[in-house]
Design a protein around this ligand. Structure first.
Ligand SMILES: C[S@@+](CC[C@H](N)C(=O)[O-])C[C@H]1O[C@@H](n2cnc3c(N)ncnc32)[C@H](O)[C@@H]1O
Length: 420
């Protein structure tokens, strides 16, 4: 492991302040035990679903190079445990975070993990190119996020994929109000400041925009999480249009949302509003921007992005012709199929537990449930439909059902190029 010293790179005056903040309050809070995490990633279908989220048209492989940029205390170690055949490189400018990651590397003998104390802005110094870059919860803290994104793009292979998570503004309104409150009162990110802030939050009016978050994010009970949200020296947020502009300026192109149902005009409340057909007539980017405004409480945006000079980015599944019969549906992690206490006429209810909006509940009838049961990660859409030849659903409706499962984050497709 190399610990490179921060040097003379021209960073803004704020960068050392942000660095110092993470030295004192590493986030997420350090973990010592990854046994449960390792066990949760043993299932081959979970790994395949994760892979095809980024590369739907490529055959599954594990021997990738993955950069975890701004890895914090455990994210790089988690990826190294998850993908033993991949080469994982974690960088972070906080020595404390690298130290915590090194402890996990030693404990779990993660020979496939390399760690560097290095600012993202200088990632080019590694002299490496990566198949995948994961940068979640980081770029919005940089003095110049555009420069950070460009630096990452420069080390992404031409056919590589990036996973970015950035803050979203409207859902964070309460956070920005409290940040401003803390600034005005000179509340500092130290143990005393945080203790008093926790006490003040107990008295926060029940109608305050932050209350929703305090109720729904158990994370907030942790002092480091609270500091990361309310006392962070530097963060900004991106609305959907700002995010698209950010990607474009950084030479990247939008592939998909990690979870897309909340943004889609054909899912949940968005397909029920009287303006649904107007919404569906907008460009995809326009639909996503409208969904963010209507839903109101998105806290972050998580995207898959590709280089804009790459070999075509993400191929969205195409259900207009025969291609879809070749697609192999793979169930996504975090999805559950409920078969008890169902609404009248339903055979099952599908939920993706990583969704935060309660309307994203997909009700299946008996014919759809049979198709759903045929998904084993190997059978193609065509195979599943032909095994259910007694189904009352016409073939194209069956295809549309698989498309719906995809929109609702229940499955990804391996859009195999081989013929069925
Ligand atoms: C909110 S934490 C996120 C950690 C991790 N990505 C995750 O999702 O668990 C942000 C991390 O980014 C690091 N960071 C912030 N700015 C950075 C920069 N310019 N270069 C490298 N690391 C940075 C911080 O030290 C911190 O560990």
């Amino acid at each position: 492991m190399s610990h490179q010293k921060d040097s003379c790179l021209p960073m803004s005056d704020m960068a050392p302040v942000v660095k110092d903040f993470y030295e004192r309050y590493p986030y997420p809070p350090p973990v010592e035990n990854l046994d449960r995490y390792r066990a949760s990633w043993q299932h081959p279908q979970k790994k395949r679903a994760d892979y095809h989220l980024f590369w739907p048209s490529e055959p599954y492989r594990e021997n990738r190079s993955i950069l975890i940029a701004g890895c914090g205390t455990s994210q790089a170690a988690k990826h190294a445990i998850r993908w033993p055949d991949a080469k994982i490189v974690g960088i972070d400018f906080s020595a404390n975070s690298i130290d915590k990651s090194s402890q996990l590397k030693r404990k779990y003998q993660l020979d496939n993990l390399e760690l560097h104390q290095l600012p993202i802005e200088r990632v080019g110094e590694l002299g490496m190119q990566f198949d995948q870059i994961v940068c979640t919860g980081v770029l919005h803290h940089l003095a110049d996020p555009d420069a950070g994104l460009k630096a990452l793009r420069n080390v992404l292979k031409i056919d590589g994929a990036m996973h970015l998570m950035l803050y979203a503004p409207y859902g964070r309104t309460g956070i920005y109000m409290l940040q401003e409150f803390c600034r005005r009162l000179g509340i500092e990110a130290n143990d005393e400041g945080i203790r008093d802030l926790v006490a003040a939050l107990q008295l926060l009016p029940l109608t305050h925009p932050l209350q929703n978050l305090l109720r729904e994010a158990p994370d907030f009970r942790n002092p480091a999480a609270l500091a990361d949200a309310l006392l962070h020296p530097q963060d900004r947020a991106y609305s959907v249009p700002q995010l698209f502009e950010f990607l474009e300026n950084g030479g990247m192109t939008f592939g998909r949302w990690i979870n897309q149902a909340a943004y889609e005009s054909c899912c949940g409340v968005m397909e029920k509003i009287p303006q649904a057909s107007r919404l569906a007539a907008l460009s995809k980017a326009g639909q996503y921007a409208a969904a963010e405004l209507f839903r109101g409480t998105m806290l972050t945006h998580s995207v898959v992005a590709y280089r804009n000079d790459g070999p075509g980015g993400l191929q969205r599944p195409d259900f207009s012709g025969e291609d879809c019969y070749r697609y192999i549906p793979v169930r996504r992690a975090d999805t559950i199929c409920i078969q008890e206490n169902l609404p009248h006429g339903a055979a099952a209810v599908l939920i993706n537990q990583s969704h935060t909006f309660k309307d994203l509940v997909l009700i299946l009838n008996a014919a759809e449930k049979k198709l759903f049961d045929g998904i084993d990660g190997n059978a193609s859409v065509g195979n599943i439909i032909s095994k259910n030849s007694d189904s009352p659903l016409p073939t194209d409706s069956s295809c549309r059902f698989f498309e719906r499962l995809w929109h609702w984050d229940q499955i990804v497709f391996y859009q195999s190029k081989a013929t069925a």
